[in-house]
Write a protein that binds this ligand. Sequence first.
Ligand code: HEC
Length: 218
Amino acid sequence: MFENKSGILLIAGLGFFLFSFVSNALVPILMYRHLPEQTVEQLVTQNVLYQFEDLKIRYPEQFKTYVGEATAENCAKLLKRGRDVYVAEGCWHCHSQFVRPVSNESRRWGPVSQTIEYQNELQRPVMFGTRRVGPDLSREGGRRGNDWHAVHFYDPPTVSPDSPMPKYRWFFDGAPNKPNERGLAVILYVQWLGSWLESYPLYENYLPIQESMSNPTE
Ligand code: HEC
């Protein structure tokens, strides 16, 4: 077997396969087995509930039709649906979910991502992404209001001039203030991103809803 080249290549190939299996599968499993995987229900924090209730206040009719009551259970369901929409629409072709510890990324997007952040049901499959045509989204939650996202999905250049992001008209029943189930779900999903961090900007940047509505220039 060791007398010819193909024998050596075969053994080397198997060896490298075994090595990568140990380093990429076995070692991480052993290292992180004390961190239990979180279910979607466990991911529904106060920050997420705040956004969920904000959707109900802003879009009462749509909310009633597509979500029903504003319970934590329905919130978890909508969040899961949002992840499915994110996957199905291929948002991950253009957006990553990983703040890397290089190139001062943390100055632009916030805290560098940690292992624990991927230990949950909504990160199956893991949404690292491969390209950044658009910005990293792992700290997107709370950066913008729900109405900003609605308008942005309906017609990105309205709020972000020259945006190459596609219009997602099928997230709406015809107008940007009428998000359908897909629309509500994907908005809640982007607001969830980073909601587990103390730095979630919600309470710093947000105006109470009445105030922001009476002052459209804010
Ligand atoms: C063709 C590439 C592309 C696709 C596909 C895409 N985006 Fe984007 N996205 C961008 C670019 C570029 C920007 C930055 C310009 C802008 O704000 O529109 C952006 C911006 C955003 C922002 C605003 C970030 C911020 O706070 O400034 C969010 C949120 C977002 N995208 C979510 C999504 C979601 C959810 C999907 C899937 C439904 C999606 N994108 C699909 C390219 C894309």
